[in-house]
Design a binder for this molecule. Structure first.
Ligand code: DC
Length: 227
């Protein structure tokens, strides 16, 4: 069976990872959450006091890049792939608001992007991969057979993220989540290196009014057209 590369980009909390996981499971492909990799680097910066007064010590973080080892391991019980930072499972920590508040800044640093992009390309070298992020169809896999660009309104996205955070026991307000989402949208799409934009050959999926099943059916039909 022919294996393809599926690149999923879009603003934060548009449901990219939910769709990517569904697809990977159905097609028996590898799933890689590239945002989790930027989050792991941001967590490293927090853990090593490389952020003071909300300012990132970029030089120190770049110098520390050789000490940052990121890998994924499939959790058989939960049926998900989990991220490890220097051998420690950080799947939950990387979703905290502390990390969310600094990650877009970390993702503007070209040296960090180069290192993570190289790792992502290595993971996708054999195809049979679904990767979600901001620059997957434009930079990481410009030749991907299927590129999707996901959108939905900022309010819908903030509500989804807020529900997830509350579910996980976090103490947050809806306003703080909405503010975090809109400021990340801005940083992600205006940064100089690899800003978020829709590749010319990407197919836009606005899921503001689509159920998960409707979205999945729509995308499966797109996948079938590429096999
Ligand atoms: O998808 P996410 O919200 O977990 O991503 C976290 C941050 O990482 C987001 O602010 C943008 C950045 N990111 C990026 O710059 N490039 C990617 N391929 C994935 C994420």
């Amino acid at each position: 069976m022919k294996k393809i590369t599926i690149a999923i980009d879009g603003f934060s909390s548009t449901g990219k990872s939910t769709l990517a996981k569904q697809l990977a499971q159905k097609l028996q492909y590898i799933y890689v959450d590239s945002g989790a990799m930027y989050r792991a680097v941001a967590l490293y910066a927090l853990q090593n006091n490389l952020i003071e007064n909300n300012e990132l010590n970029t030089v120190a973080l770049i110098n520390n890049l050789p000490n940052i080892n990121i890998s994924f391991q499939y959790n058989e019980r939960l049926k998900v792939s989990e991220i490890y930072l220097n051998g420690v499972n950080v799947n939950t920590e990387i979703r905290s608001m502390e990390v969310s508040n600094i990650v877009s800044r970390v993702a503007t640093v070209p040296e960090i992007r180069q290192q993570l992009v190289a790792l992502q390309q290595q993971m996708g070298a054999q195809k049979g991969i679904v990767m979600d992020g901001r620059d997957i169809g434009t930079v990481v896999f410009p030749d991907a057979e299927l590129k999707l660009f996901m959108t939905s309104s900022a309010n819908t996205r903030a509500q989804r993220r807020y529900d997830e955070l509350i579910e996980s026991g976090a103490l947050v307000t809806f306003e703080a989540v909405l503010e975090n989402i809109t400021s990340r949208d801005h940083l992600d799409s205006t940064r100089e290196d690899s800003p978020l934009f829709k590749a010319t050959d990407a197919i836009e999926i606005d899921n503001s009014n689509l159920s998960l099943d409707q979205q999945f059916d729509k995308v499966l039909a797109l996948v079938a057209s590429k096999l």
